[in-house]
Design a protein around this ligand. Structure first.
Ligand SMILES: [Zn+2]
Length: 59
């Protein structure tokens, strides 16, 4: 049981590290208080969590 939570912690850290490495591309561009998809250039509301045009997400 304890090993399971340990694995989860390691995975969380690994994901955090990966996100830092990919921070150049894995995040929204910003355009006039809107979010802009770096993949297709689609513009979305600031509350958007995924691109409704191409399906891109920052994670
Ligand atoms: Zn997109």
């Amino acid at each position: 049981m304890s090993s399971t939570s340990g694995d989860a912690d390691e995975e969380a850290i690994d994901r955090f590290m990966t996100r830092r490495d990919l921070s150049e591309s894995a995040r929204w561009e910003e355009s006039y208080n809107k979010k802009q998809c770096p993949e297709c250039g689609g513009v979305h509301e600031p509350s958007a969590t995924a691109c409704s045009v191409c399906g891109w997400t920052p994670e």
